[in-house]
Design a protein. Structure first.
Length: 216
């Protein structure tokens, strides 16, 4: 397996990146033209006496920028000859990416993150288990507002070694939240038989599953 590595950047903010991640994931089904048409339609149809908050447009443009970056990188990877494929894929190094999943990677005592969207306001708990299903940690997340994107940034206990762990976010009735997202910064890229694989730090994410990518 061919691997290209990069240096690890400083960690980014949790709550802001979680919200952007979910918004970017929702917009991935749109093309650039679709997005522009939606923005134009919003301008044309807004009430002049109650114009749309400009911060909403700014947020949408950030989403559009993230989508554009992902499309540009993915296109470069797909169109590159095999000899240049790893060079194109290395554009992911140092960037924060999001993909569907419920795993976190622990490397050097630092863990990747999980983004989740609770359906209702309730008290939530994060349960972390190892590859054998043994619970290694339980973190009380307190009361969380429903419908608000959240990021669980795990601080592994000193007894937890480097590796890959599974996370479940449950409410007070022990019902798990569905649709979890894995979030982290790409440390290296590798070529496998199934395509490009991004390493977020003991967490492997196929390039084809990346839903959002942000600036380093």
């Amino acid at each position: 397996m061919t691997t290209v590595s990069g240096t690890q950047p400083a960690p980014s903010g949790a709550s802001g990146s979680g919200s952007s991640a979910l918004a970017s994931l929702s917009s991935q089904i749109l093309t650039a033209n679709d997005f522009i048409q939606i923005l134009v339609a919003e301008f044309q149809n807004q009430d002049p006496t109650q114009p749309t908050d400009p911060t909403q447009f700014a947020s949408q443009m950030v989403q559009f920028a993230n989508l554009g970056q992902l499309q540009t990188i993915s296109t470069a990877v797909q169109q590159s000859p095999e000899s240049n494929l790893m060079q194109a894929a290395s554009a992911f190094i140092g960037r924060q990416v999001v993909a569907p999943g419920s795993s976190v990677g622990v490397s050097g005592g630092k863990a990747t993150s999980i983004v989740y969207l609770p359906s209702a306001t309730d008290n939530y708990t994060a349960l972390v288990t190892d590859s054998l299903g043994n619970q290694v940690d339980s973190v009380n997340l307190g009361q969380v507002a429903g419908g608000t994107p959240q990021t669980f940034s795990w601080q592994p206990p000193s007894s937890v070694g480097d590796g890959n762990y599974n996370v479940a976010i449950i409410n007070s009735s022990k019902v798990p939240v569905s649709g979890l997202l894995e979030e982290g910064t790409v440390q290296s890229v590798a070529m496998s038989s199934s395509g490009i694989v991004l390493d977020l730090g003991n967490l492997a994410v196929p390039e084809s599953q990346v839903a959002s990518v942000a600036q380093p």
